[in-house]
Design a protein around this ligand. Structure first.
Ligand code: SF4
Length: 358
């Protein structure tokens, strides 16, 4: 492993660059661990521009960790709606309750203490710890792997545990412990804004002088990746039963995507179906009137691609389906996956309050 003096990492240039260009983000004005934790959880797997309005809504609705702890899960999921990876929202709520009830509202101020919180892994613990408490721990995420693999010209795959370990040790060895939080944020900012996956802006980079990838013009080849994510296709067919201005919905259970969110009665198929097959699958009775079968909605998750169609069925009596019957005018108060919201927006079902042709 390279030592700090050997690797000649230009820390002061990096921090000077960061001080000059850093984006004015609301969680950068505070050292309150509650706000920093909130921002870090929201920004996991989410771009800053997408996460910002959610952060602002959470801070406004739940100004303290106690407010968040006292909220219902439905309230939290509703506020999180559209951000995806809903386990983050459930962990967020569980952690808020734990901190509020068991830790008197105080977040742990050690790396190991932070790691014990639900939904907080090594990266997030290092980010929160360094920013809120100046703990000298390097935060290493995908951005940092990329920057350091390029800077040091690391040609082993960053999907290998040994390479990850090597880069983690390098990141720790170059950490500016006087300003740990700023250093970590500077590395992430650099990865997000300059040393981007495609076409890095090396001209604007404070690390350019000694960067191996830049010198050898191999930026596009680094970092090396070997693992391909396996993506599974799934086919969801929803039966939207409409009876006297109401439709049935239920909460999704554990062990699959979208836990805790609501949906219409779902029929999943292993393959794509045509309209006739869909109607057979969702068991439409003879007295039902099929108002419409929607176009296909596609929803891409990290390991799954969901293809979905919605069948709007008008009936005189309620079929025996699980869940509760709610007025279409009230649908907006429930948290649905983005896929279903897209259907609702497109179908005008909620706006009209009655069956509309799609
Ligand atoms: Fe990345 Fe280019 Fe900077 Fe090297 S010089 S760290 S490749 S942006």
């Amino acid at each position: 492993m390279k030592s700090k003096s050997e690797n000649s990492f230009p820390n002061s240039r990096l921090l000077k660059w960061y001080d000059g260009v850093k984006r004015d983000l609301p969680w950068r004005d505070t050292q309150d661990p509650y706000y920093i934790w909130l921002s870090e959880i929201i920004l996991q797997q989410t771009r800053v521009d997408q996460g910002m309005p959610y952060y602002e809504r959470f801070v406004e609705t739940f100004p303290t960790v106690h407010d968040l702890a006292n909220a219902s899960e439905d309230e939290v999921l509703k506020l999180w709606e559209g951000l995806g990876y809903y386990s983050r929202a459930r962990n967020l709520h569980a952690t808020a309750k734990h901190v509020s009830q068991n830790l008197k509202g105080e977040f742990p101020n050690t790396h190991s203490g932070l790691l014990e919180l639900k939904g907080v892994g090594p990266y997030t613990a290092a980010a929160i710890g360094s920013i809120a408490f100046n703990l000298p721990v390097a935060a290493v995420d995908g951005n940092v792997y990329r920057v350091l693999a390029r800077y040091y010209g690391i040609t082993e795959s960053i999907d290998d545990t040994s390479t990850k370990k090597q880069i983690g040790e390098l990141a720790q060895s170059i950490l500016d412990t006087e300003r740990s939080g700023d250093h970590n944020q500077a590395m992430m900012e650099l990865g997000a804004m300059v040393c981007t996956p495609k076409q890095p802006d090396c001209k604007a980079c404070p690390l350019q002088e000694n960067c191996v990838a830049f010198r050898q013009e191999i930026q596009s080849e680094l970092p090396v990746r070997t693992k391909k994510t396996k993506v599974r296709n799934r086919y969801f067919y929803y039966a939207v039963h409409f009876v006297d201005g109401q439709v049935p919905i239920h909460r999704r259970g554990e062990g699959d995507i979208w836990q805790g969110l609501y949906e219409f009665p779902l029929f999943e198929s292993e393959k794509k179906l045509n309209e006739k097959q869909i109607l057979e699958l969702i068991e439409v009775s003879e007295s039902d009137v099929v108002e419409s079968i929607s176009e296909e909605f596609k929803h891409v998750l990290s390991h799954q691609r969901i293809y979905s169609r919605f069948v709007l069925v008008k009936s005189d009596s309620r079929p025996n389906v699980k869940g509760k019957w709610v007025s279409v005018a009230d649908l907006r108060s429930f948290a649905f996956p983005r896929l279903i919201n897209r259907y609702l927006e497109r179908s005008n079902l909620v706006i009209e309050g009655e069956v509309s042709n799609i």
